[in-house]
Every structure is written in structure tokens, then in C-alpha cells.
Design a protein around this ligand. Structure first.
Ligand code: HEC
Length: 124
């Protein structure tokens, strides 16, 4: 009997610790004031110097279009900003930005992408 309880205990322990701590979900998804704050941070920490003031691309890639090196999930964008891309000039920003600040930048980029799509599908 005891061993079964022990097994259940471990099962609960391992499954709950395996759950993502909501880390790859943007807590600011769809929040337009967070997107505005994200833009301010994007300019403040110097992302614009490589990606352009409107994230339209320069030395670094355009971050508003549908062309991405990796599948553009919120967590991919988050991880790229947080960890950088080794072997490229895309550095890690985890010392300069808090998690919330990174998520706001993710929302800023998402928002730009949505606006751009809207513009592209609107008939002239
Ligand atoms: C020194 C130039 C530079 C700066 C500053 C910089 N980036 Fe980048 N960034 C790059 C380059 C180059 C790449 C392409 C990396 C690769 O080839 O994987 C990149 C890639 C990315 C990507 C992934 C694009 C894709 O298609 O997968 C994101 C998102 C991104 N940067 C966001 C940011 C944000 C946000 C900041 C500011 C916090 C920032 N970058 C600052 C140069 C820069």
C-alpha cells in the first residue's frame, strides 16, 4: 500500500515540475500599452541600432515581417532576446532587461507584425 502512495507522490511531483511555469506564454499578449512600453525599451537598450527604429531591419533582420530564421513563437522571440544567438552579433539581453520587459518587447514586435498584416490585406 505504502509504495503506491509513494509512486503517486512522485508522479505528482514529476508532472507538476515538468509543466512549463507559464514561462513561454506572454503575460502581455494583446496588451497595447505593453506594446508601447516594449517599443520604448526597444529604443532604450539599442535594439534599433541593428534592427531599425521600427524593427524594419538593418544589419539585423526585419522583425515585423513573416520571414523568420526560426519559427516565430512568442517563446522563440523571448529566448532569442534573453539568450542571444551564439555565433552571431545578436547578444543576450538577460542582464539588461527583466523578463517582463522582454515580454513587452515581444508584444511590441507581435503588434508590429499584426499591423503590417492588416495593411497588406487591406485592398487599395
Ligand atoms: C549588434 C546588432 C544587434 C542588436 C543590438 C540586436 N540584435 Fe537582434 N539580431 C541581430 C542579428 C544579426 C540577428 C540574426 C541572428 C541569426 O542569424 O540567428 C538577430 C536576431 C534577432 C531575432 C530573431 C530573428 C529571427 O528571424 O529569428 C530577434 C527576435 C531579435 N534579434 C530581437 C532583438 C531585440 C529585441 C534586440 C534588443 C533587445 C536586439 N535584437 C538587438 C542583431 C542584433
Amino acid at each position: 500500500m505504502r509504495i503506491q502512495y509513494l509512486l503517486i507522490f512522485f508522479l505528482v511531483l514529476t508532472t507538476t515540475s515538468a509543466l512549463p511555469l507559464d514561462d513561454n506564454k506572454n503575460p502581455f499578449a494583446g496588451d497595447s500599452s505593453a506594446a508601447i512600453e516594449g517599443k520604448r525599451l526597444f529604443l532604450k537598450v539599442g535594439c534599433y541600432s541593428c534592427h531599425g527604429h521600427e524593427a524594419e531591419g538593418a544589419i539585423g533582420p526585419d522583425l515585423t515581417d513573416d520571414e523568420w530564421i526560426y519559427k516565430p513563437t512568442d517563446s522563440m522571440i523571448f529566448n532569442t532576446i534573453s539568450n542571444g544567438r551564439s555565433g552571431t552579433v545578436m547578444a543576450s539581453f538577460s542582464n539588461d532587461l527583466s523578463k517582463d520587459e522582454i515580454w513587452k518587447i515581444v508584444e511590441f514586435l507581435r503588434d508590429k507584425n499584426r499591423q503590417r498584416r492588416k495593411l497588406e490585406v487591406t485592398p487599395k
